[in-house]
Design a protein around this ligand. Sequence first.
Ligand code: SAH
Length: 246
Amino acid sequence: MTFHATVLTLYPEMFPGPLGVSLAGRAMAEGKWSINAVQIRDFAADKHRTVDDTPAGGGAGMVLRVDVLAKAVDYAREGGADRPVIALTPRGKPLTQGRVRELSDGPGVILLCGRFEGFDERIFAGRAVEEVSVGDIVLSGGEPAALMLLDACIRLLPGVMGAPSSGSEESFENGLLEYPHYTRPQEWEGRTIPEVLRSGDHAKIASWRKRRSEDDTRSRRPDLWERHTGVRVQSASGAQREVQDD
Ligand code: SAH
């Protein structure tokens, strides 16, 4: 089965873009995934090919029209409704490695890229569109977010990554950040590689890596650590509390 991406965008020329080179580009040439970028403007009804209008209630910027978006989504779904439709928006659910893995196990995605102030809200319920954010930042358009999501999915497709094990040990796969890496030279500007990594003792190396993975997650990403262990990282008051799953 080929993972197929349809991207609905005002800038189809941005695709495959960076996904046409390196790992993803090679996988595309081998037929492991495919992409079709569709111009949203083609679904406009007037001769000026208008896709946006001023925001109801006033304010700056323009909003993508729901009728135009719906036609584009309907067109993308024509080939079969089995692929989820995902709109990229900072108001969406933060993208996780877990969701990426689910998507990469499926038939592909239909991605809806916003521009201007974003989408008319009615598109989400009206066409069962999932809202996904790629981080607490504001991009000028959904396209770089779509490229990010696709890159994350493509590298997980069967046969795309060189060593199959390099997927499962990585950051987020077990709820933790990965341990840090080192390579030659052994000494660089007075900085050395941790001794244990040169010991050849695989059990010791494994336990060092596990500890670093845990320590670094606790200090850098208390949010991940909390979810992983159910224990809140020590707050300023020194109190710890059990955390409920949400
Ligand atoms: N007015 C909106 C931002 C619009 S940015 C707001 O404040 O929420 C224009 C477009 O860029 C959005 O419609 C969306 O498609 C895309 N975009 C911006 N930031 C994003 C993010 N963090 N994740 C996913 N898409 C994003």
